[in-house]
Design a protein. Structure first.
Length: 407
């Protein structure tokens, strides 16, 4: 829904109607700009509901009075959903848009009934039925729901956003003041991480290298062959100075969404994930990167060994900042025993080397909803002592790296 809103909602003063708005697992209201007039509609009173419907298939709004109608995970619970689409078409202003999300799979979940699943052709059929125009639709590859997303317009001429990774500004606080507690700024490690990355490049000699999060480009400069780099807001000092570097100024989510065929599967020999330091972002980055890796490919993840709780805060408040990347690594260790995970005692915040990636393994994709919910439920988990002490980390000597890689 956030992608629909950021890509297609371009009005300054807008009226938004949310069908099925009760806050059960979060509210789309949180995604809206402050100036939006947001009306939550549902069949019963509850958190996030502004209007309770008297008639199930009659929306209490004037003809042509609404700019945006959105609805997520509601249609499967609506016995005569085509009647709702007629109402959406009626209340939308000319040029107004509807953002609809409904599952194409998943278990039965009655609320109070669960009647349908929706496949790609369904949205075109609903557009034809209601007189709306289907601008774009796609199916989320993440399970268990594999949601079908549709963007509709009442008339108008808006075109689909295809193969367009638009720059998404992300505030990077490169000038964070030191934390009041000096212990929060301490680091440790037997070798600087850049030296270790240099060794990995030498041992692997990747034909194609992928890096998410380039900052100043110091680690990217270690690549000798073709490199693909992704960052929405690199440091001001970053410069692309080699023609072999294919730089994309966008979020990694946008890159993989808008450019699904930009990288041939099985072609990446070495990947370095050092983007947004939040567990759910690293989860998505790992999922997207793994299915592009060559059979002997290696994935390296930065910031996996913080030594102070402050360093792990999701909102940065120290110069040394790892975010909660460590929580994703714990999830990975629990859910993917087929992978070989190697923690390296590098300066300043540790590296994880992952060998044995499988482009065919779908566990993270099939169970994405469950894993993302787990990360959300454990967001306040304290930093384990074994991570602080780096009990599982090995000395990242060149010989040890060669042993890990089997080279």
């Amino acid at each position: 829904m956030a992608r629909c809103i950021t890509s297609y909602m371009d009005l300054e003063d807008i009226t938004v109607v949310d069908l099925g708005a009760m806050n059960v697992n979060g509210s789309y209201r949180e995604l809206m700009p402050d100036h939006a007039h947001y009306v939550g509609v549902d069949l019963e009173a509850g958190n996030g509901v502004d209007v309770v419907l008297e008639g199930v298939y009659t929306l209490p709004f004037e003809d042509g009075s609404v700019d945006i109608v959105l609805s997520g995970q509601m249609l499967e619970h609506c016995a005569h959903f085509w009647k709702v689409f007629n109402e959406i078409a009626r209340i939308l202003k000319p040029g107004g848009k509807a953002f609809i999300i409904a599952p194409s799979s998943g278990p039965v979940h009655r609320y109070p009934v669960d009647c349908y699943r929706f496949y790609p052709d369904a949205y075109q059929a609903l557009a034809d039925w209601s007189g709306l125009r289907l601008i774009q639709s796609w199916t989320d590859e993440r399970g268990p729901w594999y949601d079908l997303i549709g963007v509709f317009q009442k008339g108008g001429s808006r075109q689909p956003l295809l193969q367009q990774a638009v720059p998404t500004p992300v505030a990077q606080n490169y000038r964070q003041e030191p934390h009041i507690d000096p212990a929060a700024e301490r680091t440790r490690g037997e070798r600087p991480y850049l030296e270790v990355l240099h060794d990995l490049h030498t041992l692997i000699a990747p034909d194609i290298y992928l890096e998410i999060g380039v900052r100043k480009g110091t680690s990217l400069a270690l690549s000798k062959g073709r490199a693909i780099a992704i960052d929405p807001d690199p440091h001001a000092d970053f410069k692309v100075d080699r023609p072999e570097i294919d730089f994309h100024r966008c979020t990694s989510d946008d890159f993989f969404f808008f450019n699904p065929d930009a990288i041939e599967p099985g072609s990446i020999d070495l990947a370095f994930i050092d983007g947004m330091h939040l567990a759910e972002y690293v989860l998505r980055d790992f999922m997207n990167v793994e299915r592009l890796m060559s059979p002997r490919g290696v994935i390296v993840i930065d910031d996996v060994l913080p030594i102070h709780q402050v360093q792990t805060e999701r909102a940065r408040c120290s110069q040394v900042w790892t975010g909660d990347v460590w929580r994703f690594v714990e999830l990975l260790a629990q859910t993917r025993p087929d992978l070989s995970l190697h923690w390296l005692d590098t300066q300043p915040t540790g590296l994880l080397v992952v060998t044995g990636p499988s482009a065919q393994n779908r566990v993270l994709w099939q169970e994405y909803n469950k894993f993302a919910r787990h990360l959300g439920d454990t967001i306040d988990a304290p930093l384990p002592q074994d991570i602080i002490d780096r009990r599982h980390a090995v000395a990242p000597t060149t010989a040890m790296l060669a042993e890990i890689l089997g080279r």
